[in-house]
Ligand binder design. Structure first.
Ligand SMILES: Cc1cc2nc3c(=O)[nH]c(=O)nc-3n(C[C@H](O)[C@H](O)[C@H](O)COP(=O)(O)OP(=O)(O)OC[C@H]3O[C@@H](n4cnc5c(N)ncnc54)[C@H](O)[C@@H]3O)c2cc1C
Ligand code: FES
Length: 219
């Protein structure tokens, strides 16, 4: 893992989201499902973001501007600096027979990199509106639905599910696919196990999601 100040290559609009493309420097992209702490220098504390794509010489992040930290990141323009720390946490296990990617909303963020790493397996994606669903174009071989249809209605049986999305979606996926790998979220201040800000109770034990996760087995 490294901490580096990198340069923004491009800031592209994808529906309501921003795809922030950053020069990679010497930073290792890691494994799909791992995350990076991103900071717009001098503005706000870093925020955790999954790696969305790792094209040659770049790291790309798909960001939903929901609050001050994410808005500051989405406002970074070409040539501006960004502080990047990572890769952090545990990503997805990729040794699978029949992978199926399942994503909901901004939870599709890690799926493009995951798809490339697995040879573009099938994917099912759910969004709350047609505008949000524009991001489906980032994930190859994806079948897409918009509410009131839920993505869980598109999951066939017998697949090795890898999922990322809002908590209610992950609970529904877990009920359908007990062997699924699920990428969870919690507010994170440090990203490397020091602050306990991301601790969640799992089977009666407190676990720091930044070091035990963010990807956990459903079972
Ligand atoms: C491992 C990991 C990977 C992530 N990857 C991405 C990504 O690729 N793209 C992306 O857009 N976002 C991602 N997020 C979520 C993102 O980090 C938060 O949305 C961001 O920190 C919010 O900061 P803010 O200052 O914009 O908003 P805030 O004002 O901090 O939060 C806005 C609202 O969202 C809630 N909230 C904030 N953070 C989280 C969280 N992590 N989980 C649940 N609720 C939260 C707050 O309680 C508040 O209601 C990821 C989070 C984690 C933990
Ligand atoms: S974010 Fe600090 S311990 Fe997990």
């Amino acid at each position: 893992m490294r901490r580096e100040r990198l340069s923004v290559v491009a800031n592209e609009q994808v529906g309501p989201y921003t795809l922030l493309r950053v020069a990679r420097g010497a930073v290792d992209p890691g494994v799909p499902g791992q995350f990076f702490m991103l900071e717009a220098p001098g503005r706000l504390l870093p925020r955790p973001m999954s790696l969305c794509l790792a094209p040659s010489g770049e790291l790309a992040f798909l960001i939903d501007p929901i609050g001050p930290g994410t808005v500051a990141l989405c406002e970074l323009a070409q040539g501006e600096n960004i502080n990047v720390f990572g890769p952090l946490g545990n990503g997805f296990v990729l040794d699978l027979d029949r992978p199926l990617l399942v994503g909901g909303g901004i939870g599709i963020a890690p799926l493009p990199f995951l798809s490339e790493s697995l040879g573009r397996p099938p994917a099912v994606l759910g969004f709350r509106s047609d505008r949000h669903a524009e991001a489906a174009g980032l994930v190859p071989n994806a079948q897409c639905c918009v509410e009131p249809t839920f993505v869980t209605e598109l999951i066939p049986e017998g697949m090795d599910v890898l999922a990322c999305g809002p908590e209610p979606m992950l609970h529904a996926v877990r009920a359908l696919a007990p062997t699924a790998q699920l990428a969870w979220e919690a507010p994170m201040a440090c990203g490397y196990g020091a602050c306990y800000g991301c601790a969640v109770e799992i089977d009666g034990e407190l676990k720091r999601l930044c070091v035990e996760g963010p990807v956990l087995r459903a079972a």
